[in-house]
Design a protein around this ligand. Sequence first.
Ligand code: C2O
Ligand code: CU
Ligand code: CU
Length: 479
Amino acid sequence: PVYDHYFFDESAYNTHDGGYVPLVVAKAPATPLKIPALCQPDQETATDAWYTLEAQKGESQLLPGAKTQTWGYNAPLLGQTLAFPVGKHIHVTLKNALDELTTFHWHGLTVSGPYVDGGCHAPVYPGESKHIDFTLDQPAATTWLHAHPCPSTAEQVWHGLAAMVIVHDQHEASLPLPHTYGVDDIPLILQDRRFHADNQWDYHADYDPDGVQGPTAMINGTINPVFAVTTQKLRLRLLDGANRREWRLHFSDDLAFTQIAGDSSLLPKPVRMTRLMLTCAERAEIVVDFKNYHAGDTVTLFSDDVPLVQFQIHDYTPDTTVLPDQLLAIQAPVVKPDTPVRKIVMSGMDETVAIDGKKFNMQRIDATQAVGLAQYWDVTNTNDMANGMVHPFHVHGTEFLVISRNGQAPYPNEHGYKDTVGVNPGETVRLLVRFDLPGVYMYHCHIIEHEDGGMMAQIQTYEPGKPLPTYHLMDMTTL
Ligand code: C2O
Ligand code: CU
Ligand code: CU
């Protein structure tokens, strides 16, 4: 089948939010879509690779006239794209050239918390550097890096501290999928901003405790982007990198496309659709086939009725490869019958947001789970439809499976591994969660202002029978 509707509950869309900011086409010329450069290792051997990442300030020509003050990783805005093969020992030097502390959070990488993972317990102070290293053992996926200092994650991401991180493995590389970065394998980081006087951003002026939004879509740090299509098929790695905005994506002519991957892995099977909604921090990889278009045609990607990217079709060599029917074999971990179901409640709106009735406390461990033990997590959103919202629930340091929504089958495009799941008002989503590494991991709503506002908690994972390590947990007063 070709799904022709969004899977989420329409009555919970952010359009119903009192603070909703509709997108408006910016008064700016069409501009070639920026493709972030691939970050090159400083040094590489068969087994190891060394990278340097610097959080830095810069300026970017986004609109005609004054440049915008922006932040990025090895770039003035957003960052270079990182591409890590599983199994390789990755070493990263994290440098902070900002005037305030930041952290480097690997959203979607299975690396140990709370230090390597770069959540709020891993500050890098201005002018300082830190070294981390890890070896990935997870499926190929589109993940990302973003700042995560509590409670200014949202503001730092708004300034631009977000970059794509692609995980490669041999299985994915062996499939007949578009694989050439920047040519037929394209990152699309979807964000929105409001430009104030002199084309500047002003996070505080735009502050909304239910999430900051702006009327201008910004894709890979480009306003009104156009992309020259030179292949019949394009693989788009979509990332909702917005603080709060959901994207309801569709193409001109209701062009059908194929979703091949979600947050943390390929889907078991491709899913054909004409509509795709992404909530904050979610990723989707889609393959678009332009076989019915010719040089000179334009295909537009929209969110609601606002164009996001224009794809200008050029001559291409016909591509007769067929997408495989099976993309990934998922081995669901087995839950021992005596393992209790963990219940997690996301409640509130605005300043009242909480998890299990509590605001985040950096020094408090809210839950524990044994490493290697699969457990069901029932995540409930107690908002109601009348004025509630979809809360995107995210867990660090794991890839989970979505088992059910209010007891019903999950959406057709969420049968792969995920790390972020939209929970509708009044809904309980059952997840199957297993951690492979001991540590402390945050879980939270990924409307970033909700996270900064305290809709966040943390879990300690431990190896049964081994002494519990103690972790140095930051608190607001030691920052
Ligand atoms: Cu995108 Cu706590 O992370
Ligand atoms: Cu994360
Ligand atoms: Cu929320």
